[in-house]
Design a protein around this ligand. Structure first.
Ligand SMILES: [Zn+2]
Length: 210
């Protein structure tokens, strides 16, 4: 199935430059394993960055030779290598398979924390929504990035399937619903906890933690 939702180009630039925190980088890297389009863009950015880093003199008074630009453009024009198999990153996150993770929470929505050893800038979790179930309405004080790994879900903005990457900020509130035919498993990055609303909100805020 074709990936329809992608990270913003600026985010790919930050990824290629190595400026993202571990959790953010893991999200983008996993999306790249589903998405030849973004994989190709990142490859070209990395080639461009590598060429500029290796060829640019330390002295700011010197200029870059025309050959550098020719070589860079030639490198960009080459077709990107095929995306790597999906196994390596997922093996790191779930070495014994997604079902063997320490899923927490009762009912239709469960979460499993991914310990990357670095949570200074946010947390990475996996979210499992039972087929056809709805995640209660919540808003975001910070950013919430979601990457669909298996199955799919929909909200008021559209439908998302495996590989789709969705970024929401504090201006959004939504209530995702999993597709009816299979459980939906997503990777989620948040830099602040979600804020569930309604009369169940105070309970859900304690039970469902990403
Ligand atoms: Zn993409």
């Amino acid at each position: 199935m074709t990936v329809k939702w992608h990270p913003e180009f600026d985010l790919l630039v930050e990824y290629a430059a190595g400026n993202l925190c571990t959790a953010q980088a893991m999200m983008v890297a996993t999306h790249l394993q589903y998405c030849p389009h973004c994989k190709s863009a990142v490859n070209k950015l990395e080639i461009l960055g590598g060429e500029l880093m290796s060829k640019t003199p330390n002295s700011s008074s010197e200029t870059v030779s025309p050959d550098v630009w020719q070589n860079t453009l030639a490198a960009i024009a080459k077709p990107a290598p095929k995306p790597q198999p999906k196994r390596s990153l997922m093996q790191r996150i779930a070495p014994n398979g997604l079902s063997a993770l320490d899923w927490k929470g009762l009912g239709p929505v469960q979460t499993a924390h991914v310990d990357l050893g670095d949570e200074r800038n946010g947390r990475l979790s996996l979210l499992k929504i039972r087929a056809g179930a709805r995640v209660p309405v919540h808003s975001h004080h910070g950013n919430e990035w979601t990457l669909v790994l298996e199955g799919g879900f929909s909200d008021h903005m559209g439908k998302y399937n495996a590989g789709d990457f969705v970024c929401l900020d504090g201006n959004h509130k939504h209530s995702p619903v999993a597709a009816v035919n299979e459980d939906c498993i997503c990777m989620a990055y948040v830099d602040e906890q979600l804020h569930f609303q309604g009369w169940l909100g105070p309970i859900l805020n304690r039970v469902i933690k990403l």
